[in-house]
Design a protein around this ligand. Structure first.
Ligand SMILES: NC(=O)c1ccc[n+]([C@@H]2O[C@H](COP(=O)([O-])OP(=O)(O)OC[C@H]3O[C@@H](n4cnc5c(N)ncnc54)[C@H](OP(=O)(O)O)[C@@H]3O)[C@@H](O)[C@H]2O)c1
Length: 334
């Protein structure tokens, strides 16, 4: 017999944001909670992810994934508890990860859910042991391919992806330089994530700061931001540099993205620049997660979370994250 769970609160897109998103672009709706059909699992969400890519889903620009329509529940990974299962691999009480959206209850095919092993804090599956940690892992090790002694510069270094990139680069024997906005994040970069150098892109002359922090030039640039930050780092690239294009968060709310380089500069420094998507590495997640877990357990990778309480506050958390208010991973606790 189907489990009755009552009302489902969900955050939907009320209007397509123009420029910087506003809270009025979102609505909190109530609907009847879904029930699990054949092969499906009903999940009560506990932790919701807040990510820059969600901004792209709200736009009509060409992307790697289908965008949201007005009235759709905001796409998000979430961690929750199985309430009812029509898939023999799951039972009530299991903690699972899935693309469940910003809502109290969601139904998913069993094959689209991943069980969270006991003994870890479940929300880590949304960041350091999940999408953002995996993005850092494959983007750095597979795309940028650092070698010991390299100077690795990371933009967005105080956030979920960037903080892990810096720490993996440190584990690999590289010299790490993090770029992030504001004094609090400089403290995180130096004291928590142990970057060799921290740069505040909001303070002073960025090009001069990159030059001073990278006296031997830049071998690897892990680019989360684009824009002026990238232009400043490009100016210091060494011959044979590798640039992993992970994200361009400085451009997500502008109408016309700002060009940051002329392709000729890749010839001058014989550099390789490559964009990547973490989802393309899904077949290899199994090799990365145990390694990330070991690094977290032995303290080689440290993390920080900015937790907003309440599903109804998810839009505020999202706008805050785009404004740089998050230190480490932005999460909502429902
Ligand atoms: N390729 C992939 O598969 C993949 C997967 C996951 C994430 N990503 C990308 O990775 C990047 C980081 O994602 P995340 O989840 O770790 O987010 P995050 O860094 O935890 O949060 C976003 C951060 O962006 C920074 N930011 C906002 N506006 C900016 C601007 N104009 N200039 C410079 N920085 C700005 C803010 O930090 P400050 O306070 O320092 O400004 C903010 O805290 C994003 O670009 C995202 O799209 C890519």
């Amino acid at each position: 017999m189907a489990v009755q769970v009552g009302t489902n609160r969900r955050v939907t897109m009320a209007s397509r944001p123009e420029g910087f998103p506003q809270e009025s672009d979102f609505t909190l709706e109530e609907a009847e909670a879904p029930s699990a059909g054949p092969g499906e699992v009903l999940v009560r969400t506990h932790w919701l992810s807040v990510d820059p890519y969600q901004r792209g889903r709200m736009s009509t620009a060409r992307s790697y994934s289908k965008g949201l329509e007005l009235g759709d529940v905001i796409t998000a990974q979430a961690v929750g508890e199985v309430i009812e299962s029509n898939d023999s691999r799951f039972e009530a009480g299991d903690l699972v990860l899935g693309q469940l959206g910003w809502q109290d209850y969601a139904v998913a095919r069993g094959g689209a859910l991943r069980k969270i092993p006991p003994g870890i804090e479940p929300q880590l599956a949304l960041h350091v042991l999940g999408a953002t940690g995996l993005t850092a892992y494959f983007g750095l090790l597979d795309v940028a391919q650092p070698v010991p002694g390299d100077t690795v510069v990371v933009s967005g270094a105080g956030g979920a992806v960037g903080s892990v990139v810096g720490q993996i680069a440190r584990i690999m024997g590289c010299r790490t330089v993090g770029i992030a906005g504001g004094a609090d994040k400089q403290e995180d970069l130096r004291d928590l994530y142990r970057f060799n150098e921290a740069i505040d892109y909001k303070a002073g002359d960025l090009r001069a700061a990159v030059k001073a922090s990278c006296p031997d030039g830049v071998d690897v640039y892990f680019d989360n931001c684009g824009g002026d930050i990238s232009a400043a780092v490009h100016a210091r690239l060494n011959i044979g540099a590798r640039i992993a294009i992970c994200g361009q968060v400085s451009q997500y709310n502008v109408e016309r993205p700002q060009p940051t380089f002329h392709p000729g500069f890749l010839i001058v420094v014989r550099a390789r620049m490559q964009g990547f998507l973490v989802s393309d590495y899904a077949p290899r997640f199994g090799e990365a997660i145990p390694r990330l877990a070991r690094w977290v357990m032995n303290g080689d990778i440290r993390y920080r979370e900015t937790v907003t309480e309440g599903l109804e506050n998810a839009p505020r958390a999202f706008i805050g994250m785009l404004n740089g208010e998050n230190r480490g991973k932005a999460l909502v606790k429902t």
